[in-house]
Design a protein around this ligand. Sequence first.
Ligand code: HEC
Length: 168
Amino acid sequence: MNSRLRRGLIIIAVILTPFIIGLLFTYEILKIPFTTDMQNQISINYQESPRRLPPEGAVPVQGLAIIPDEFPVNPIPADEVSLQRGKILYDIHCRICHGENGHGDGPLADHFERTPENLTSPQITAEFDGAVYLTIRTGFGQMPPLSENLTPQETWDVVNFLHTLPTR
Ligand code: HEC
């Protein structure tokens, strides 16, 4: 091999080497783990657990209402202001079915198979405030959910007010 040919080959090799190395990466014969790769992340696929919780205050608009494992605790003290608000809200949202004193004799009561005769019966008052709260938020039997009519705080005001209805 004469020296000119050898020099030519060396020059070609020097020029080609970066391309060949580049090809090794292109065809993934050599791999560099890019830690920023977006596919390397914790992602939850359709119907895979853990399920993400809905944002706080979200209202289910179809399907079953999500009933929490534990009854919520009444955070609103039954002070004068709360009871006042509760009465006003009761008159607007409940009276039409449950009647002025919660005796189940509102103008709409006849349209239901059963409207609880007395919202202050022992059966109701023995329930936790949380159970009544959920009844109002998610509905119960033929009673429609009222979560779109009342904010959570207003709902507790109504719950507080129910305790003051005269027992029959
Ligand atoms: C559209 C009519 C209607 C409205 C408005 C309504 N309710 Fe009812 N409610 C009913 C009916 C009917 C039932 C009985 C459901 C059943 O037994 O299937 C009921 C049941 C209940 C119960 C459960 C009683 C039990 O036996 O456990 C509570 C508590 C209650 N309502 C409270 C309220 C409060 C508080 C409001 C107002 C924020 C309200 N309801 C608004 C119709 C209504």
